[in-house]
Design a protein. Structure first.
Length: 333
C-alpha cells in the first residue's frame, strides 16, 4: 500500500474542527483507494503563541522541521500533503509535496502578510473551491492546482434528516472565537432579536474560556467540540444556517448545511460563490440581520433544492472521485 504523509499542526489533529474532519475523511477514502494516509505533526506547541511577533504560526512551524522530517523518513514516505504554508520548505527535502491550505493569504485574514512569502514557494496545490484555484494563479502564478471538495458524510446527512424536528425560530452558526468569524455580530443579532433561538457551535474546548469575555444573551446556546454526529443532529433542528465570516478556505459547515436542507445566509465575498443553491442568500454587515429574519420567516422550513445541490456537488462520493483521480496521477510520478 502506497504511503502519503498528511502534515498538520498538533492542535489541528486534536480538535473537532474542519482540519481534523478532513484528515479522518481523507484517511478513510485512502483506505478505500489502497493509499495509507499517515498522520504527521510536530509535538512542540510553538504555534500556541499565536500572533506574538516572532512566534507567528508559519514561522513557528519552521523550528519543527526536524521532528516532521524524522517522522517522514521513519515511515519511508515520499509523498506528502501539508496543510499549513509554514511547511512549504518540505519541497527542499521531498519533491512530491503538495499544499492543501487550511488558510490563505487574503487581506481579510490575520497574518496574511506573514503567509505570503511561504506561498511564493508553492508549485502544486489541492484546494476546496474554484475561487481558490483562481487566486493561486492570480496572486502566485501557481497553475498546477486540483479542486477537490471536502465531502460531507452522506450517511450522517441521511441519518439525521428529519424536517419534522425543525424549530422555526432557530438560527445556527458554527465558527470560532476569532475576529474573522464575527461571533460578536451573532451575539448582537441575538440581543436585537430575543424571539430567535440562536445556537453557536465552536470547534474546540479552548473557546469555552474565551467566550466568557462576552455578555451572552439568554436566547443564545453555546456548544463546544461537538462530534460530526452531534453537529448533524443539531443542524437538522435549525431552520436557518448563518455564516458571517470575512473569508473561508474550507466553509465545510456551509456545505453540510445545504446537505441538511437548511436555508442559508452567507457573505457576498466570492470565496463563497460555490454555495449558490436556490435557497442560499448572500449579504453583508448592513443587511445580514434582515436576511436572517427573512429566512426565518420563510413559509418553507427547509429546502430540498439545497439538499440535492449539496449531494451533487460536495458529497464524500465527489471527494472520493477527486482523490482517486489525483492519486492515480500523483502517486505514479
Amino acid at each position: 500500500m502506497k504511503k502519503v504523509g498528511l502534515i498538520m499542526r498538533k492542535i489541528q489533529f486534536s480538535e473537532n474542527q474542519g482540519p481534523r474532519v478532513f484528515a479522518d475523511r481523507l484517511k478513510s477514502i485512502g483506505e478505500e483507494l489502497g493509499v495509507d494516509i499517515v498522520f504527521i505533526s510536530p509535538e512542540r506547541h510553538v504555534s500556541g503563541y499565536d500572533w506574538v511577533p516572532g512566534y507567528e504560526h508559519e514561522k513557528g512551524d519552521l523550528v519543527n522541521y526536524d521532528i516532521v522530517l524524522d517522522q517522514i523518513y521513519r515511515n519511508h514516505i515520499e509523498h506528502v500533503i501539508y496543510t499549513v504554508s509554514g511547511f512549504t520548505y518540505l519541497k527542499m527535502f521531498l519533491e512530491k509535496s503538495v499544499l492543501f491550505p487550511h488558510s490563505f493569504p487574503d487581506p481579510a485574514l490575520t497574518g496574511y502578510e506573514m503567509m505570503k512569502p511561504f506561498y511564493q514557494m508553492v508549485d502544486k496545490a489541492i484546494v476546496q473551491t474554484e475561487f481558490l484555484k483562481e487566486e493561486f494563479a492570480r496572486n502566485f502564478g501557481v497553475t498546477d492546482v486540483d479542486v477537490i471538495p471536502i465531502g460531507f458524510s452522506e450517511s450522517l446527512a441521511h441519518k439525521h434528516f428529519d424536517p419534522a424536528q425543525i424549530v422555526e425560530n432557530r438560527i445556527l452558526w458554527i465558527g470560532r472565537d476569532e475576529e474573522n468569524r464575527r461571533p460578536d455580530l451573532v451575539l448582537k443579532y441575538a440581543k436585537q432579536n430575543p424571539d430567535k433561538e440562536v445556537f453557536m457551535v465552536f470547534g474546540g474546548e479552548r473557546y469555552r474560556e474565551s467566550m466568557k469575555k462576552y455578555d451572552i444573551p439568554d436566547n443564545v446556546r453555546l456548544q463546544f467540540a461537538l462530534s460530526q454526529d452531534e453537529v448533524f443532529a443539531l443542524m437538522n433542528k435549525a431552520k436557518v444556517y448563518w455564516n458571517c465570516s470575512r473569508f473561508d478556505t474550507f466553509a465545510m459547515p456551509l456545505t453540510e448545511a445545504l446537505a441538511m436542507g437548511k436555508i442559508v445566509v452567507k457573505p457576498e465575498h466570492p470565496c463563497y460563490r460555490h454555495i449558490n443553491a436556490r435557497h442560499s442568500f448572500s449579504g453583508n454587515e448592513e443587511n445580514w440581520f434582515e436576511l436572517v429574519n427573512m429566512a426565518a420567516a420563510s413559509p418553507k422550513s427547509y429546502s430540498m433544492d439545497n439538499r440535492h445541490y449539496a449531494f451533487d456537488q460536495f458529497s464524500s462520493r465527489v471527494m472520493k472521485e477527486g482523490y482517486k483521480n489525483f492519486f492515480d496521477k500523483w502517486l505514479q510520478d
